[in-house]
Write a protein of this length. Structure first.
Length: 152
């Protein structure tokens, strides 16, 4: 699977569905990649994982020890709210009500695609997150990347 990229504004319909933009569907490739898992994100958003990506991630998480309290708690929290979903015949995805409430999603949302996943943000929350840009992005980038050799 190739890397996903882009930022897309979409609307939730009255049944809690949004249409996945054609550009993202193209990036996802063949029809077998139209199965997803939607879950809570680390911030106040949702994350939409293509099913193969979810399966790979959860295979790694399944190696965590359930005898370790912190790991057990992390696994429980991570999986909380996870739901399998598919594109319907109109290229729409249904967001469960509980996940909509968690992310504060009502109508307008932003899909932010990067790496191998798509973050789903309430438009207002996304705007606040983006507006919280570091004053000196160069210094922030240096701090975060450390010794990683990047040429951007």
């Amino acid at each position: 699977m190739q890397r996903l990229t882009g930022e897309y504004e979409v609307k939730l319909d009255s049944k809690g569905r949004f249409r996945l933009p054609t550009q993202l569907i193209r990036q996802l490739g063949g029809s077998d990649n139209h199965q997803f898992v939607v879950n809570r994100g680390f911030e106040k958003h949702l994350t939409l994982y293509p099913k193969p990506v979810w399966d790979e991630l959860t295979a790694k998480l399944d190696k965590m020890s359930l005898f370790n309290t912190k790991q057990r708690r992390f696994v429980r929290y991570f999986y909380r709210g996870a739901n399998e979903t598919n594109l319907d015949s109109s290229d729409r995805i249904l967001l469960p009500k509980g996940l909509q409430e968690y992310a504060g999603i009502e109508k307008d949302l932003v899909l932010f695609a990067y790496k191998d996943r798509i973050e789903i943000w309430a438009k207002a929350e996304y705007g606040e997150m983006i507006d919280d840009e570091p004053e000196d992005f160069s210094a922030f980038a240096e701090d975060v990347t450390g010794n990683i050799e990047l040429d951007i």
